[in-house]
Each structure stands twice: as C-alpha cells, then as structure tokens.
Design a protein around this ligand. Structure first.
Ligand SMILES: [Zn+2]
Length: 297
C-alpha cells in the first residue's frame, strides 16, 4: 500500500471511512475509482443502483437486470478490494417522468410499484440494505405527474415498513417545511421518520428542524466543516457518478477519505475530531441501518 497519512490514521484509529451514496458502473473506470478510494483509507460505500443502459427501464425484468448489475458490482468490489459495498435498490423516481409518455402514467406508476416490490424482496433476502433512491423529481413536473410520484413514494414507504429497512430519499433541497412534510407522510404510512435519509443534502438545518430524518450531506469542504459539530445522525456522500462523458461533473469517489485525511492532519477540532467522525461513519450507519461497520484491512 502506498504511503498516505490519511490511510495510516484511519488504520491507527480503526475508523471506517464511508461514502454513503455513490453510483458505479461494472467497468474498469469504476473499479479504478474504488481502488483509489481504498488506497486513501476508504472502507465502505453505499452503492445506489442506476440505469446502466441508455434507455429507461420499461418492465420489471429491466429493473431486475439493473438490480443484478448493482449486485454484480458489489461482488467485484469484494473480490478486488477490501472495500465493502452495500446495495441500495429502487426504481429512480425520475424514470417515471421519462417512461410515462411511452407507457402512459397509470402503467408507469404500476411499473414503479412492481419494481419497488422487487427491491423489497432483495432487502428481505439480505441482498440490499435499503430502498433508494425514492422520492420525487428535483425539477418542476405537471401536477398529475407530481401526484403519481407521491403515490409511488407512499408505496415505497409501505414496502420499507413491511421489510423493515431505511428509505433513501431523492428530493429537492429541503427546508424545515420539506422535512416536516416527508416525516408526516412517513408517519401516515406507518414508517418511522428515523429511517428516512435525505440524500444529497446541500444545506445544514439543525436537528430539531429535521423531524428525525437523517441528512446525507454532500462532502463539499465547507459543508463538512459546517456539519461536523452536529450531533447527528447524518452521513457524508459524494453522489459519485461514473460517467466518462462528464468528467468532474460530480465529486470524485476519493473525496471523503481525502477530506478525513486533511481534517486529521490539521486536527482543527483537537481531541474531539475522531469522536465527531464516528457520527457519520459508525453511529449513523448503526442507528439508521442497524449496520456495525468495521474496517477489513
Ligand atoms: Zn444518486
């Protein structure tokens, strides 16, 4: 292993370093990114599924093959690195917007429901740790599409409740009203707000305004520094997307271990820093997912 202060520190303190939301492809470019993540001290990745082909899925079988690709990526990572990846599966909410003109809105809603049921089966079998991404479009859509997305989200909450797993939410950036609305919707569906994760959180709201929902903050330097004193639970993520056509469009996969290495080097928070870092890397995975993350290297 190449010398790197971050790696050594993470090992010395036995601190897992976790990217809570990334997308990867089953190709060498993605594996190289995982290996860089590993070399810098990264230990765990929550791997969100995505459309791997150029077309939006139009059948449950399309979604099954998409989920199987995600699982295959996880197995390759386990074979080639010490990094542990956790699959997060669901039909992407924006798929509904894209497929509705082809299938009609009613069939598009049915398809999302069936794909959610299928993702729930993977969770039940221990093959995935959460349903995600679920939620709504992050851009304006016609009222009927918005209603359709809401009914799909309610279905996702019901599946999550039945198979007892967290939901990873794709939404617009949330203010206090946004957090309250989602927590209320979850309660109505019998789903605990404490198992909701707001993925791609770009602004920090104090815990009392989050209604028990855990934010997963984008690991931008200023945001990481801002959220470190927060008592949690919260996560850090890159939302890395391995897309050769858009290099540098998102944060690199090695961002989180790099940030941690820099923080440990500067040790700006003194003795309390390691304790702060256990919030996103140990406590939040335990509280929200029931996962006990340990380094394997
Ligand atoms: Zn994502």
């Amino acid at each position: 292993m190449r010398f790197n202060p971050g790696t050594l520190e993470a090992h010395r303190f036995n601190l897992p370093i976790v990217d809570h939301h990334a997308h990867l492809r089953h190709d060498p470019l993605s594996m190289e990114a995982v290996k860089r993540f590993e070399r810098l001290g990264g230990s765990h990745i929550f791997l969100a599924t995505q459309n791997y082909g150029p077309d939006v899925p139009v059948s449950v079988e399309d979604y099954r093959s998409q989920y199987e690709t995600t699982l295959a990526i996880v197995r390759s990572i386990a074979k080639e690195t010490t990094v542990q990846a956790f699959p997060v599966l669901a039909p992407y909410p924006v798929d509904l917007v894209r497929v509705a003109p082809r299938l009609g809105l009613a069939r598009a809603v049915e398809l999302q429901g069936a794909a959610l049921d299928l993702a729930g089966k993977y969770v039940q079998e221990g093959l995935a740790v959460a349903l995600g991404e679920v939620g709504r479009a992050h851009f304006d859509v016609p009222g009927e599409v918005r209603d359709a997305l809401r009914s799909v989200l309610e279905h996702a909450l019901a599946v999550g409740r039945d198979v007892n797993c967290p939901l990873v939410l794709h939404t617009e950036d949330l203010d206090a009203g946004g957090y309250a609305g989602l927590a209320e919707m979850a309660r109505r569906c019998g789903f605990p707000a404490s198992r909701l994760v707001k993925h791609y959180a770009c602004s920090h709201l104090p815990p009392e305004l989050r209604q028990g929902v855990a934010p997963s903050f984008l690991a931008r330097k200023d945001l990481v520094v801002e959220v470190l004193p927060d008592p949690g639970p919260w996560f850090l993520e890159t939302d890395y997307l391995a897309d050769p056509a858009r290099p540098g469009a998102v944060l690199a996969l090695e961002t989180i271990p790099r940030r941690v290495a820099a923080l440990l080097r500067e040790n700006a928070q003194g003795e309390g820093l390691l304790e702060r870092l256990t919030i996103p890397f140990v406590e939040a995975p335990r509280k929200v997912y029931g996962l006990d993350l340990q380094r394997k290297d």
